[in-house]
Design a protein around this ligand. Structure first.
Ligand code: HEC
Ligand code: HEC
Ligand code: HEC
Ligand code: HEC
Length: 155
């Protein structure tokens, strides 16, 4: 009996150690608020994103923003069960073309093709939700205009 409970404790300690270790070594850190500044030249002012507020105050689940490659129905697989400390990929790792494509250059392109461009994917996520949210709640609280997100660029 005593031996058995010792064994159980040993197993639990082992599991906790493994969990903490992977949390430290494989996880991705995220600040509560940060500037969105992917590694390419920006034409517009740098956007401040309130990551923690979106998750905690606005009650948005990780999977509404984070996903991995397509599953069988051609949709990305939402990471609803993501936890702080898990490894997370940046949007640009998959939506890998720099900047935004629009106007003449984007003519005839389907949405997923446009979303190969980083800013198109990010805009679809951020502005898409903001539009739906404002409509549903009859408010203007979630910003949709360029200048509400992109501050005036310092010369
Ligand atoms: C409203 C959208 C949104 C929600 C909700 C959200 N995130 Fe994020 N998260 C982002 C964006 C955007 C980034 C920046 C990604 C980039 O720079 O490509 C980010 C970055 C991160 C990063 C850092 C990635 C890196 O390499 O810098 C981690 C870790 C992370 N999120 C974890 C989570 C977890 C865990 C949850 C849920 C508890 C969550 N996020 C909820 C949008 C969101
Ligand atoms: C591991 C690769 C990968 C990462 C990382 C990734 N995406 Fe995607 N994303 C995809 C794929 C594949 C699709 C499906 C093709 C499409 O519809 O554009 C997709 C689709 C989308 C869509 C269309 C919405 C939908 O549900 O169909 C949006 C918006 C989007 N991504 C935004 C983002 C944002 C914002 C980030 C970072 C927070 C991000 N993606 C990170 C691969 C990724
Ligand atoms: C799934 C929904 C959703 C997504 C995705 C989302 N937001 Fe929001 N956002 C909200 C809601 C809800 C509010 C708050 C409205 C209110 O104050 O009642 C908000 C507010 C904001 C605000 C103003 C208040 C603040 O916290 O700064 C900014 C700026 C903002 N979002 C930027 C972004 C950016 C940038 C992205 C994409 C990287 C993004 N949001 C993605 C839902 C979303
Ligand atoms: C909800 C907030 C939000 C709104 C509204 C918004 N953007 Fe963005 N935009 C972003 C974010 C976040 C990025 C990604 C920046 C990064 O991660 O590097 C971005 C990227 C861009 C980029 C590519 C980077 C650069 O500076 O060259 C362009 C161009 C751009 N936006 C133009 C616009 C224009 C024009 C409008 C209005 C029609 C607009 N955006 C509205 C949040 C927003």
């Amino acid at each position: 009996m005593k031996k058995k409970s010792l064994l159980i404790i040993a197993v639990i300690v082992g599991m906790v150690t493994l969990f903490v270790a992977t949390g430290i070594y494989a996880g991705t850190e995220v600040k509560d608020e940060f500037e969105m500044k992917a590694d390419y030249k920006h034409k517009k002012g740098i956007v401040k994103f309130t990551h923690k507020k979106h998750n905690v105050d606005y009650k948005i689940g990780c999977g509404d923003c984070h996903h991995v490659d397509k599953d069988k129905d051609g949709k990305p697989e939402k990471l609803d069960d993501l936890k702080m400390g898990d490894p997370v990929q940046k949007c640009i790792e998959c939506h890998a073309k720099p900047g935004e494509i629009k106007g003449k250059k984007a003519k005839g392109m389907k949405k997923p093709q446009k979303r190969e461009y980083h800013a198109n994917a990010v805009h679809d996520n951020c502005i898409g939700c903001h539009k739906d949210y404002n409509k549903k709640n009859k408010t203007k609280a979630a910003p949709k205009s360029c200048k509400k997100c992109h501050p005036k660029k310092k010369k």
